[in-house]
Design a protein around this ligand. Structure first.
Ligand code: G4P
Length: 533
């Protein structure tokens, strides 16, 4: 009997279920084709029969209200959609991330729940400045990245140029997994490096339905593409002379990335990407708790909240928490403990989401994501567990770089104003900072980008009935400090120190230079950079 079958027979059902999970996210710049690729993965994963079934046609997402509109259209937060499909007996959990730089913190939370990510690049644009932050976030977490260069049917960078770009701009070692035949704009197909075969582009009606690749060996490829094939082979040999293999350790640590070329709109390269996810993307592994001790997959149930979203259903106020299962088996109605508060939490109303639909979930395994409604007490980062206690490390936040003062325009809505801001801060929509911990009538909001404030204003008005005025401030840089640091900084007149809702003290500076000067002049003061450039 083969070793693999023996392992399967002896593995616990939970380890076996975890081994057939792939939980991943797609990160990209808006317009690079994430919606299209998602649809096509679902098409090839057999979850939909025709592309376009899940996501409605959407407009340009340039303003917050477009963004909110889209959330409404989809009926579920853009930033927390989980799509689940089974392909070749493996369960794929695809976690959606917002493509915009301003929502990088959302991406960070989602990546905390993912085991790998697809980095989607536009063949013409590569990694654009605005979204470099998203990729940096993924790199900082050291999560394995698979690169898909999309829109190869259109003019864009030459493949060697694209590899250079990935290496120099993203600091990743790119290793080609496929290689384009033809030139951008006159794309004929790709060479699959594993088999050496030519996958020739065949077109279905704008890729609405599956189109099986025409696959042929090198000899036939050379006969069919007498110019493009030898040139592609030569370039591939050149590229692989530099980077012959994908080092598994470098891939696992997010230092090296396999690169696929394709065209999502024409379904091209999608199946090869899906196969790569199946073959190479890691299955869930035991997660270390805060004490560094990994929680074995087959241990009692444990899960971490990575996203909280209030008022998803405008008809009644509710609060939904999204959890990633880390160990054990989830059963509906099970009683768990919130490690932060020590209080019990019964998982009565759990669901899995598929686009607009929600289905009741009865059981789930490591790698799966479940939503729980009425999650009043749950916060981002909380650990829920059965059996032996465990606390997973907090989900990191980014240093805010934009700050506004929030003022309530309606004095009779004092309570709603503060409650609204408090709830939005708990969800992670904005950072809420106060001059003193008790009640600051004009608190400061911090964010990675100004679009976050737009969302906060919109939601304050529509969900809490509060009209607020946000005024710009002159701060642009935040550093974490402590009580002693706060005193020293105030005395020296170097920074204003505000306290965030989680109790963290943030020293605010006008310029990076101001922060660096304080670091130099006050070497004993704690001025910690958070996850930032
Ligand atoms: P996003 O979610 O990342 O923002 O991108 P989305 O999938 O919406 O794609 C953005 C635009 O790029 C869409 O065009 C889409 O059709 C197009 N696109 C996606 N993949 C490819 C590809 O492989 N090749 C080419 N040529 N185009 C691609 P649109 O004009 O905004 O919408 P539509 O009228 O095409 O639906």
């Amino acid at each position: 009997m083969r070793l693999a079958s023996l392992i399967c027979m002896t593995a616990s059902p939970i380890t076996g279920e975890a081994a057939r999970r792939r939980t991943f996210a797609i990160i990209s710049h808006p317009d690079a084709g994430k919606t299209t690729l998602t649809e096509k993965l679902l098409l090839y994963g057999g979850a939909v029969e025709e592309a376009g079934a899940v996501h409605g046609r959407k407009g340009r997402r340039t303003t917050a209200s477009d963004w909110m509109e889209m959330e409404r259209e989809r009926g579920i937060s853009v930033s927390s959609t989980v799509l689940r499909f089974t392909y070749e007996d493996v369960v794929f959990n695809l976690l959606d991330t917002p493509g915009h730089h301003d929502f990088s913190e959302d991406t960070l939370r989602v990546l905390a729940a993912a085991d790998s990510a697809v980095m989607l690049l536009d063949a013409a644009k590569g990694a654009e400045a605005q979204t470099l932050r998203l990729f940096e976030v993924a790199r900082a977490r050291g999560i394995p990245l698979i690169t898909f260069v999309n829109k190869y049917d259109r003019p864009g960078m030459e493949p060697l140029e694209m590899l250079d770009h990935i290496e120099s701009v993203l600091g990743l070692t790119p290793v080609p997994a496929t290689w384009p035949v033809g030139i951008p704009g006159d794309f004929r197909g790709v060479i699959d490096r594993r088999t050496g075969q030519f996958h020739r582009l065949t077109r279905s009606v704008r890729g609405a339905t599956r189109a099986d690749d025409e696959v042929m060996d090198a000899e036939e490829a050379a006969a069919r593409e007498p110019d493009a094939w030898p040139q592609a082979r030569e370039e591939l040999d050149l590229a692989t002379a530099v980077q012959p293999h994908l080092d598994p350790d470098d891939f696992a640590a997010g230092r090296a990335t396999p690169v696929f070329f394709g065209s999502a709109v024409w379904n091209f390269g999608v199946e090869m990407l899906l196969d790569a996810l199946l073959r190479d993307a890691p299955a869930p592994r035991p997660r270390p708790g805060q004490d560094g001790e990994p929680r074995a997959l087959e241990d009692a149930f444990s899960a971490q909240v990575f996203k909280v979203q209030a008022n998803m259903d405008p008809r009644h106020r509710d609060r939904t928490a999204f959890l990633r299962v880390c160990s054990g088996r989830f059963d509906r109605g099970m009683k768990t403990t919130n490690a932060r508060t020590g209080k019990g939490f019964t998982m009565a109303h759990a669901f899995e989401a598929f686009g607009q639909e929600r289905a009741v979930v009865d059981e789930a395994y490591p790698g799966d994501v479940i939503g729980v409604v009425n999650a009043g007490d749950l916060r981002v980062g909380d650990t829920l567990h059965e059996g032996a206690a465990v606390t997973f490390p907090p989900i990191p936040v980014l240093a805010p770089e934009h700050f506004v003062t929030a003022r309530n325009r309606d004095a009779t809505k004092h309570k709603q104003f503060h409650r609204g801001l408090g709830e939005l801060a708990e969800e992670g929509v904005v950072h809420l900072l106060r001059r003193d911990a008790v009640a600051d009538p004009t608190p400061v909001l911090g964010g990675v980008g100004p679009l976050q404030f737009e969302v906060a204003r919109h939601r304050l008005e529509h969900e809490f009935g509060v009209r607020a005025v946000f005024e710009p401030t002159s701060w642009n840089v935040a550093r974490r400090t402590d009580e002693d640091g706060a005193k020293a900084l105030k005395q020296a007149g170097r920074a204003e120190v505000l306290v965030r809702t989680d109790g963290v003290l943030l020293a605010l500076f006008r310029t990076p230079f101001g922060a660096e000067q304080a670091e130099r002049d006050l070497p004993d003061v704690l001025l910690e950079r958070m996850l930032e450039r």
